[in-house]
Design a binder for this molecule. Structure first.
Ligand SMILES: NC(=O)c1ccc[n+]([C@@H]2O[C@H](COP(=O)([O-])OP(=O)(O)OC[C@H]3O[C@@H](n4cnc5c(N)ncnc54)[C@H](OP(=O)(O)O)[C@@H]3O)[C@@H](O)[C@H]2O)c1
Length: 277
């Protein structure tokens, strides 16, 4: 009975990972969410699908105590082990996401935003890995995959001259380093630790609300930079189902030879361009 913990599973890619993993009755799936009460899409899926192999656990990734409690509950269900940890949770605060380093009203606001991104996107990954590590050590595959972002790639920021998404990008870049440290730390134990780019995946179906006109303009300007760098790049977002399916195929294919790597899944064109660069 392969077991999976998916962190940040209330909506988006992680919810779809839960949905696809749960389709195999042999899998035991832990859907870890910040707040069960507001995870309406996940609750609807669990209720309507009548899957009894999905266990919903509550833990905000900034709360290491709650994550450890979630891991303890998972261990009670599996008998102490976990095979695969997939961390997808991330702060993407649309009101500040596209700010450059000089766009903030004042330095306090900049500091507040940076620290919050770092807390959720970088330390959150650390807390979830540390919480589930004792279970993963007892598992058969010892696999940790974190869904990352090309926004955290230094060469992309420079080559494409992307000054926006400063705090988000810095937190995602720091996450790459955190994963490298885990890969080194756990290499001798046979762990596979991979950072996986999702490319552009359409998450609108489970989004909290519609994107504002300003945000759509910012996204458009960003995509123009990709197009300018490579006129042949495919900027059509992948459907949630297809994009997630190829992420899952990639996750299944990873083994110890991939540890420490940054990967993208087949079909995720933008991310592939970056990984190949
Ligand atoms: N979709 C894309 O095209 C794309 C592109 C590049 C990278 N990514 C990466 O892919 C991953 C998944 O993003 P997505 O596209 O699926 O976005 P999404 O639909 O906005 O999902 C984000 C998830 O993170 C959760 N989350 C945020 N803060 C949390 C916290 N403190 N504790 C626990 N959970 C928290 C959210 O939970 P709540 O419902 O409680 O807010 C939500 O479930 C992220 O790491 C993102 O950076 C996505």
């Amino acid at each position: 009975m392969p077991s999976y913990a998916v962190i940040g599973a209330s909506r988006g890619i992680a919810l779809e990972l839960v949905r696809q993993l749960a389709a195999s009755p042999d899998n035991v799936v832990f859907a870890v969410v910040r707040n069960i009460a507001t995870s309406t899409h996940l609750t609807a899926f669990v209720t309507e699908s009548k899957r009894n192999n999905v266990h919903v656990l509550q833990a905000d990734v900034v709360d290491h105590v709650a994550l450890k409690a979630a891991a303890t509950r998972a261990a009670e269900i599996t008998g102490g082990s976990l095979d695969v940890l997939i961390h997808s949770a991330a702060r993407m605060e649309y009101t500040t996401m596209f700010k450059t380093l000089t766009d903030y009203e004042d330095d306090e606001k900049l500091e507040e935003d940076f620290l919050e991104y770092f807390k959720v996107n970088t330390l959150g990954v650390t807390h979830s890995i540390n919480a589930f590590l004792p279970l993963l050590r007892q598992g058969t595959t010892k696999k940790i995959v974190v869904i990352s972002s090309i926004a955290g790639e230094r060469n992309i920021a420079w080559d494409l001259r992307i000054d926006v998404m400063a705090a988000y990008s810095a937190s995602k870049a720091a996450t790459h380093m955190v994963l490298t440290k885990y890969a080194v730390l756990l290499e001798s134990e046979g762990f596979t630790v991979v950072s996986l780019f999702p490319g552009m995946v359409d998450i609108s179906a489970t989004a909290v609300g519609p994107l504002s006109a300003d945000l759509l303009t910012d996204i458009g300007s960003l995509l123009e930079k990709f197009k300018k760098a490579d006129p042949n790049v495919d900027l059509t977002p992948l459907s949630l189902e297809n994009g997630t399916r190829s992420l899952l195929e990639a996750i299944h294919s990873f083994g110890p030879a991939d540890t420490g790597a940054v990967r993208s899944a087949e079909g995720h064109t933008v991310a592939r361009v970056v990984v190949d660069a």
